[in-house]
Structures are given as structure tokens and as C-alpha cells.
Design a protein around this ligand. Sequence first.
Ligand code: AMP
Ligand code: MN
Ligand code: MN
Ligand code: MN
Length: 281
Amino acid sequence: MAVLMQNIDLHCHSTCSDGTLPVAELAQRAVDNGVQVWALTDHDETAGLAQARAIAEAGGVRFINGVEISITFAGKTVHIVGLGFDAEHPPLVQGLQSIRDGRDARGLRIAQELGRLGVPDALEGAKKYADNPELLSRMHFARYMVECGVCSDTSEVFANYLTEGKPGYVEHSWTTLGEALRWIHGAGGVAVIAHPARYRFSPNEEYALFTDFAEHGGKAVEAVTGSHSEHEYATYAQMAKDFGLYLSRGSDFHCPKESRHDLGSLPPDPSGVPSVLELLH
Ligand code: AMP
Ligand code: MN
Ligand code: MN
Ligand code: MN
């Protein structure tokens, strides 16, 4: 019960991936916003964790190592959050490196597609926004397209470009669910299905994702996330119950100007499903 009353935010991004705040500023924001338990979960990257921990702990915040791993499941990109792992565990370190290595060639293909649509120099343009050269994200392309005046904000870019079925989207094969969970579990961590409503899976595909995830030892799902509606909070809390999973939660904060939800600003979890914090000691 005490756990549910805490301000818990276990999903956000720094400039180590596609957030706009450097780790130090993000960590200070967590402290200032009253976050009590915090995880930094950069995409496929753990470089910010040590600094985030030092600042968070100095500010009295409990810090949990985090990462958001890109996988491909049923032909779609799915995100698996890892929490509470040893960030030095070699298979995890090498696995994340292999995912980052694949991003360069994908970025080139995205830029070629955008060039065909009349967006000039998209590779160089997107790279200007990527502080970590190994972590070129669609978000960086989106920011460049806003700069070019193609759209007025990044949400509009994703609604019209860069997502499945839209121009500028390129297929990419990330790692598998089994691999990602092996890395997380090998490093002593807990695996979480990130923002499940975002995938637009059919009911059968979603059932397969949850079933395979649980069979591979995955333990939690995000219900309350910046990517979900209030209705979806309840839907996925019920899914967690049905599959015997715990609840994780997080703003998915990227940027003060772009993100709908600030760090530590989400409502409490629906009652009746245990928090993933019960697994993290
Ligand atoms: P990537 O890992 O390069 O495929 O980029 C994925 C990132 O793009 C996500 O983590 C979000 O930051 C952003 N993104 C993807 N789809 C959307 C969307 N529909 N609306 C807003 N941001 C999105
Ligand atoms: Mn992102
Ligand atoms: Mn995500
Ligand atoms: Mn995220």
C-alpha cells in the first residue's frame, strides 16, 4: 500500500537517446518534481545511468537502473523496459551495442525516403539533434522535419510520416523478445512491456505478445504511462491481472516542449494489482 502512495516514474529519456534534457538536468527535474522512485530508460543505451543515480541519490530519490529495448514482435516494433539490472553485465552490454549498431543503416534508409518526399539533407539534419551518435532515432528526424517546416510539431510528424503505413517509414528488424528478456534476466533485472496500447496489435497478436512475454519470464506491464489514455490505464491493469503480471508506470518524458506528461506527474495506478517495485530490492 505504501508503495502505491509514492511518486514513482520508471520511464523517461535523456540526450543519451531521444530526450532533449542532458542527464544532469533530467535528474534534477526528477528531484525538483518530487519523484521518489525514479528510473532513466534511454532507448537501447545505459550510458546515463551512473550520473543519473549519483544526482538522484544526492537529492534523496531512490534510483533504479533502466533501459528501453527495441524488439520486433509479429512484424512490429515493440519496446521492452528493463529495470533493476546490472548495467555492466556483458551479454546485456553487447546486446544493446548490437541494436545501436543497426540504427545507422536504418537512419540512412529513412533519410533516403525523406529525400524522395522532398525533405533535403535529412541524415545530416537529424544527426544535429542526436547528442549520442550511436542513437539516431526517428524522434531526431521528426525534430528536423519540424525545423524544415514540414509539420508544426513532432506529434504531427508521427501522425503523418515515419510510422507504419506512412511515408518515410522504413522496415527494420530489431532483436527478438527472447533475446531481450535473456539479456535483462541474465543481468538480474525485471522485464516490462512498455506502453502496450501503442502497438495497435490485433487481439490475437496482443494475446501472443503477453503470453510469450510471460512464458519467457517477463514480469510487468505499463498501464499508467504518458502514452495511454485513462481508459487504457484500466484496460491494461486488467490485462496485468489476467496474465499474473505486476504494474509498472512512467511518464515517458522526452522534452518539456514535446511531452504531454512531465516527470512524476501521472495519476496513481489502478488499485488491486501489485507494483513492480515489489520485485525490485
Ligand atoms: P526509434 O526508436 O528510432 O524507432 O524512435 C522511436 C521514438 O519515436 C519513440 O521512442 C518516441 O520517442 C517517438 N515516437 C514514435 N512513434 C511516435 C508517435 N506516434 N508519437 C510520438 N512519438 C513517437
Ligand atoms: Mn523515444
Ligand atoms: Mn517506447
Ligand atoms: Mn520511451
